[in-house]
Design a protein around this ligand. Sequence first.
Ligand code: MLT
Length: 403
Amino acid sequence: MAKINENYLKLPGSYLFSTIAKKVAAYSEQNPDKEIIKMGIGDVTKPLAPSVTEAMHKAVDEMGTAEGFHGYGPEQGYDFLREKIVEKDYKVRGIDIKPDEIFVSDGAKSDCGNIGDIFAKDNKVAVCDPVYPVYVDTNAMAGRAGDFENGHWTNLYYMPCTEENGFMPELPKEKVDIIYLCFPNNPTGVSATREQLKDWIKYAKDNGAVILYDSAYEAFITDPDVPHSIYELDGAKEVAIEFRSFSKTAGFTGARCAYTVVPHELKLDGTELNGLWNRRQCTKFNGVPYIIQRGAEAVYSDTGYAETREAIRYYLDNAKIIRDALTGSGLTVYGGENAPYIWAKTPDGMKSWDFFDKLLEEAGVVTTPGAGFGPSGEGYIRLTAFSTKENTIKAMEKIKKIL
Ligand code: MLT
């Protein structure tokens, strides 16, 4: 008889954002006249930039001609995009990354989840707490997380990120093999400085560990001391894989395009991880559509860059509106300065899910309960700056009223 992967049965509940979507749908059904403003999942609201859609239209037309038609593309991404990424995301920052170290994909979420394929099951994995649930759930699915007991996975090493430590994970006190870091952070919105990242690179070198660095939100960095890439730090190429995405940078949440950098210098027992990831992608992935990659390429043109930067500024302005409104209502807030996420402490020690319910039922605003990101997220909620400005202002007025 065929057997299922029993690790799936250990997963508690459904995926965080599906749970929230179900809750909101049920509420809407019962209260069809209530207006709901969504500040839960980090999904963008601004349309794709004109340069991007223009490039996509052109690519569609090409696909309809014998000369311009593209069938299966390279699994790793087209050279035109990999070369632009190398030049515009890395070379300009003095980082030497080769095109064959870039793997274009359909999302940082998929890559962060799939990367586990190239690592042995008995690696000890460290995650921040709170954390983007994909890192945890995918390791649980692979059998690497152990059992879920009292809100914790028995085999994961949790690095609490609390108000006391400024939401910065501390170096593990025991030896771990794989470390997930995300800066600017989802969900807390805090960012790491060069000095802070240096310690992680040293830890990884000293312990033969690999850092899985999620920098999906780098476009929101405003502080010059905050590195955009882990490779801005010496030695990082020997210990880190970096994940980037066009989702939040250029509004591709629906178009799907991202990339992962696996430097040749990164080796375990003499084996290059680049080769393993390449093997994995060639076997399980057929590449991102040509049309989408042409759209992503346009993000790097002068006008494409200016247009996408304008959208980022718009979201950062929303973040400020949220920060100011919540602070003005007496809440303690973090993040939102180098990130599109605002991490707010619930009033009077309220539980995250209770505050989530209150905001939904009394203000019609959807947030994400901090506890959904891990035990240390209890007592917080996360808001995103990705709404329209009008809805952001409206949501803040409603929240102010009920607080
Ligand atoms: C989030 O809200 O945490 C993100 O939008 C989820 C994602 O990017 O997959």
